[in-house]
Design a protein around this ligand. Sequence first.
Ligand SMILES: Cc1cc2nc3c(=O)[nH]c(=O)nc-3n(C[C@H](O)[C@H](O)[C@H](O)COP(=O)(O)OP(=O)(O)OC[C@H]3O[C@@H](n4cnc5c(N)ncnc54)[C@H](O)[C@@H]3O)c2cc1C
Length: 325
Amino acid sequence: MLDVLIIGAGPVGLACALEAQRRGLRTAVVEKGALVNSIVGYPTNMEFFSTPELLEIGGYPFPTNHYKPLREDALDYYHRAAATEKLELRLHEKVQSLEGEQGDFTVRTDKGQIRTRTVVVATGFYDLPNPLGVPGEDLPNVSHYYKEPYQHATQNVVVIGAKNSSAKAALQLTRAGAKVTLIVRGPEVSNSVKYWIRPDLVNRIAEGRITAYFNTTITAITPEAIEILTPEGPLTIATNFVYALTGYHPDEALLGRLGVEPDPADEAHAPLFDTATHETTRPGLYVAGTVCGGRATSRWFIENGRHHAQLIAAHIAARQPVSAA
Ligand SMILES: Cc1cc2nc3c(=O)[nH]c(=O)nc-3n(C[C@H](O)[C@H](O)[C@H](O)COP(=O)(O)OP(=O)(O)OC[C@H]3O[C@@H](n4cnc5c(N)ncnc54)[C@H](O)[C@@H]3O)c2cc1C
C-alpha cells in the first residue's frame, strides 16, 4: 500500500511527490495523460510569464538562456526533476473515483485500482474549456486550444477572448499572415493582459492590422462564418477557423466523485480545505495547485501553488507512520 497517491502529474503534483518521497513516504503519481500533460498542450514555443526561479520545484535550479522560459524548457525541466528523483509515475491512467477512508483508500482508475493511505488531488483545470453555449461550437473549424499559427497563413481567423492567451494568439496569427478578427465581450482588451503584451495588441488594433469588435457576443458558428451581435447590430463574418479562448474550469464532477466538497461561501466553487494543511473535509484527502481555486483558475498557479507541496507532505508525514520498505 502507498502512503501517498498524487492525482495529476502537473508541476504542483510533481512538487508534492518530491516533498512526500523526501520525507520517506511511499509515493506515486497517477496521470491521465503525459507527464506535465497541461504544459504539453500549451502553444508551441509559448513563453511563460514567470521567470525560471519562480517555476522551480524541489529546489532544483531551472537554468535557461531566456529571461522567461519557453514551454519546451519547462517540459525538459519537469521531466528532469521527476527522473532525477525516480518518482513512481503511472501515466495515461485516468482516475475515476475514490472509496474507503484515511489509512485505507482505494482509487479506481480506467486501468484498475490503487490502494493508498492518503490522496492528493492536483488535477488542475486545463481539460474542460468554458463553453460559449452557441450553435456550431462543436464544429471541426472551432477549437478551444491554440497551438501554432502556421496552418492559418492567408486565412481568415476569429479569436474570441481578450486575456493573455487570446492576445498572444491574435498577435502570433497576424504575424504569420492570417487575417485576424478579435471578438471581445467587454469594452476593451482586459487590463489583466501582461504589460508587455497589451500595448502590442492595442496598437495592432489601432493600426487596423487586427479587426476588433468590443461589447460583442457570439450567436452562432457555421463551417464558413461566425455570427455576432455588436452594439450596432448583428453581423456575419466569413471565417476559416475560430479560436474560442474563453478559459477553462476544473472537473467538478470528478472532484465530487473523489469527495472534495465545494466551499458554499466561495462563488468560484473552490474546494473547502484547511489552508494550513490543504486537507479537505474528507480526512486524508488533500488538494494542491490550481484546483484549489475552483473556477477562479488564476488564483493559484505554478509560482504560488508549488508551495502547497511542503504543507501537505509535512502534514501527512507528521500524522502517519512511514510504510515499511
Ligand atoms: C498558456 C498558459 C501559460 C501559463 N503561464 C504560467 C506562468 O508563466 N507562470 C505560472 O506560475 N503559471 C502559468 N500558467 C498557469 C499554470 O500553468 C497552471 O496554474 C499550472 O499548470 C498548475 O499546475 P497544477 O499542477 O496545479 O495543474 P496542471 O498543470 O493542470 O496539472 C494537472 C494534471 O492533472 C491531470 N489530471 C486531470 N484529471 C485527471 C484524472 N482524472 N486522472 C489523472 N490525472 C488527471 C491532468 O492531465 C494534468 O496533467 C499558465 C497557464 C496557461 C494555460
